[in-house]
Write a protein that binds this ligand. Structure first.
Ligand code: 2HG
Ligand code: ZN
Length: 488
């Protein structure tokens, strides 16, 4: 039974906005109370579905009146538990899924103004219809929403060239914790008029305000994108290949992803048809390179071939496969995009989303592998990601190989047991080393609840004190996503 304040809130809400603005049926809301990995299970008596910014504002005003915590939610594709309620049963989910409008497009200014619930895939399609590119991209683009992308300042596979979500947003509309609407939907590339409120809300994970709409910056659309897979014998070679590719292709290098053998092996096991193209490459670590060309496919292929032949000569690369068609180029991305899905098929892993100076990555990987193998012999390190911008998903999985469990349930249980038994210690060891090398414990996924306490530990009192001061001044009643990012 929810507390009196939640019941009064729901009563007032129904009076003001009618029954279409919320759902309470457990079978209809259960998917909103747990993250997609099944790692964070919360409780809530209702999920709110506003259909406009004004309704969001009304809901926040009521929440403030009754002191009820609201958890803003987009596509619920995050990895840190930021978009699900806690297990008190006292918070309510605020889904932005009905805010679906494309409010404006400006072809000459290369911008579009979208509401928060538009999916990333739809935003990409809308830009394409304008003959332009919205370059933000991630494996979960079909469900992830623009509001969630900005609230978490997500990264993805094109950060190397175009920057993360923050770099692609020019303006915001935000409902503040007091229920006011800040209309900051400016389409300006230069606006130096005091504190940057937009940048404060981006990446705040719904703890400072609710993003309801955004002006997104678009780019010219390349005439062609081409990809290649390069077999590297060490991470030093991958870093060397990055330097070579950047010197030859400069801004035309738009993707550079590391896929170590252990992560490719999971894709081969759980999505064997997808992994066909890499069958001949042996048990090797691969780099996926993407080149964009303003003139066409032939130029992109020529540039890729030039980079790869120089890399073969310099012994940075042992073998390479250049996509022979746009379709094949896409199949290489499909392999990359299925690593996370294959990982969750396998079972829970101890996940990391580390950012390092690129120069430190080889040292980190050698020393970390040794440390983890000494600690837990046979442990599997499922390491992959955006090495081109220094962000790796350094995930750790239980030592026993999955084929030894024919039964999916048993395998999943063993992986979950491993995770619960070793998670704290492995996080601490990985993050101590990352921080000692000047790195970050969350390069693109954010803090949510998963990294909140670790962030407090590594950031120290001054930085956390400043974050807390911001939270308290913008949300003094702690209504917005309470318990996420920083405790007050
Ligand atoms: C990716 O790059 C995502 O595919 C997910 O950030 C990373 O599964 C992960 O650890
Ligand atoms: Zn990633």
């Amino acid at each position: 039974m929810p507390s009196a304040s939640v019941q009064e809130f729901l009563h007032d809400l129904l009076q003001q906005l009618g029954p279409a603005c919320l759902k309470t049926d457990p079978s209809l809301i259960s998917g909103h109370l747990v993250d997609w990995r099944g790692r964070y299970q919360g409780r809530a008596s209702a999920v709110l579905f506003p259909d406009s910014t004004q309704q969001v504002a009304q809901m926040v005003r009521l929440a403030s009146k009754h002191r009820v915590g609201l958890v803003p939610q987009g596509g619920n594709t995050g990895l840190t538990g930021a978009s699900v309620p806690d297990d008190s049963g006292e918070q309510l989910v605020l889904s932005l899924s009905r805010l679906q409008a494309i409010r404006a497009v400006d072809q000459a200014n290369k911008t579009m103004t979208l509401e928060a619930g538009v999916t990333l895939a739809k935003a990409q399609e809308q830009a394409e219809a304008l003959g332009l590119l919205f370059p933000l991209t991630l494996p979960s683009r079909g469900s992830a929403t623009i509001g969630g992308n900005l609230a978490t300042n997500c990264g993805g596979t094109a950060v190397l060239r175009y920057g993360n979500a923050r770099a692609l947003c020019l303006g915001l509309e935000v409902v503040t914790a007091s229920g006011d609407i800040w209309s900051g939907l400016r389409g300006l590339r230069k606006d130096n008029t005091g504190y940057d409120l937009r940048d404060l809300f981006i990446g705040s994970e719904g703890t400072l305000g609710v993003i309801t709409a955004a002006v997104l910056a678009l780019s010219p659309r390349p005439a062609a994108l081409m990809t290649a897979l390069a077999k590297v014998s060490s991470v030093e070679s991958a870093v060397g290949l990055l330097g070579l590719a950047q010197s030859k292709a400069a801004a035309q290098l738009t993707g550079f992803e590391l896929m170590t053998w252990s992560s490719l092996d999971l894709v081969s096991q759980y999505f064997p048809a997808l992994a066909q193209p890499i069958k001949g490459m042996g048990s090797a670590d691969l780099v996926l390179l993407e080149i964009s060309s303003p003139s066409g496919e032939a130029e992109a292929v020529a540039l890729l071939e030039d980079i790869l032949s120089r890399a073969l000569e310099a012994k940075l690369v042992e073998d390479a496969l250049v996509a022979q068609s746009i379709q094949q180029a896409q199949t290489f991305w499909d392999i990359r995009d299925h690593i996370t899905l294959a990982s969750s098929e396998d079972g829970h892993q101890i996940k990391h989303d580390i950012g390092l100076p690129i120069s430190c990555i080889p040292e980190f990987m050698t020393a970390m592998r040794q440390e983890l193998q000494d600690l837990l012999p046979g442990v599997r390190i499922i390491n992959f990601g955006h090495i081109g911008d220094g962000n790796l998903h350094y995930n750790v999985a239980c030592p026993v190989r999955p084929e030894s469990w024919a039964d999916r349930g048993q395998r999943q249980k063993a992986c979950a047991d491993f995770m619960h038994a070793h998670e704290d210690e492995i996080h601490r060891r990985v993050h101590d080393r990352v921080v000692s090398l000047g790195g970050s414990i969350s390069a693109e996924h954010g803090l949510g609840v998963m990294r909140r306490d670790e962030a407090a530990y590594y950031k120290g009192p001054v930085e956390i004190g400043l974050m807390r001061a911001i939270k308290i001044s913008l949300d003094p009643l702690n209504i917005l996503n309470p318990g996420k990012v920083v405790l007050v």
